[in-house]
Design a protein around this ligand. Structure first.
Ligand SMILES: N[C@@H](CCC(=O)N[C@@H](CS)C(=O)NCC(=O)O)C(=O)O
Length: 216
């Protein structure tokens, strides 16, 4: 039996988990979740009910996206994604992504729910926390991992993707040229293409959807 991945196509945490599974070529059964109708099987595996969740076998569950990435790459990491991400600088960037940047991003996206500041100010906060530091790094090399990507690139990209999509025209004209180039390379990558395959929400008895697409 394959490990089971409960996932939501557009969720940035789930995207980073799927990127690592694709990169490692580790096959799982993909169960697309409608967040408004979470299946009992997901809640039984992980009562927190967030996605992604990887159920390796009954009773063995990974419920944090970064842990799923590390687990997948622990099976097969031919391009050294783990070792090249293993630095305090990379870890700090991923922490900032999941912390201050994610918070500012959510407020920028839904600024009407957060009237303490304007859309522009929430965006500036997001830029200050992550986009500006990313720009400094990506001006030196095409990926955080150097010439080739590493886990930090794949962990952070889905969140920058969301940030860029809030105001596409602003992003396209923004001064963050190295970060935009990096974003576009990831957005157009084969990994993302494989990662974003559409699947109907899973229900008990549905035929098994194997992920990555085409995996045995
Ligand atoms: N720390 C978790 C966060 C996962 C998370 O918050 N996922 C969101 C979707 S993007 C979720 O499942 N939210 C619960 C809900 O919307 O009910 C991880 O890294 O996997």
């Amino acid at each position: 039996m394959l490990p089971i991945l409960y996932s939501f196509r557009r969720c940035p945490y789930a995207i980073r988990a799927r990127l690592a599974l694709c990169q490692a070529g580790v096959a799982v059964e993909l169960r697309e979740v409608a967040l408004s109708r979470k299946p009992a099987e997901l809640l039984a595996a992980s009562p927190a009910g967030t996605v992604p969740v990887l159920q390796i076998e009954p009773g063995q569950v990974i419920a944090q996206s970064l842990d799923i990435m590390r687990w997948a790459l622990g099976q097969n990491d031919a391009e050294g994604w783990l070792v090249r991400a293993d630095s305090p600088g990379h870890q700090a960037l991923v922490d900032t992504c999941d912390g201050d940047f994610k918070q500012a991003l959510d407020r920028y996206k839904y600024a009407e729910r957060h009237p303490q500041r304007s859309t522009h100010e929430w965006r500036e906060e997001a830029v200050h926390s992550l986009i500006a530091p990313l720009e400094t790094r990506l001006a030196e090399a095409p990926h955080l991992g150097g010439a080739r990507p590493c886990l930090a690139d794949a962990a952070i990209f889905p969140f920058v993707r969301q940030f860029a999509a809030v105001d596409v025209a602003w992003w396209a004209a923004s001064p963050w040229t190295a970060t935009r180039r990096w974003h576009d390379a990831w957005a157009d990558s084969k990994l993302m293409d494989a990662c974003m395959h559409k699947a109907a929400p899973w229900q008990p008895g549905a035929p098994v959807t194997v992920f990555p697409p085409g995996a045995a």
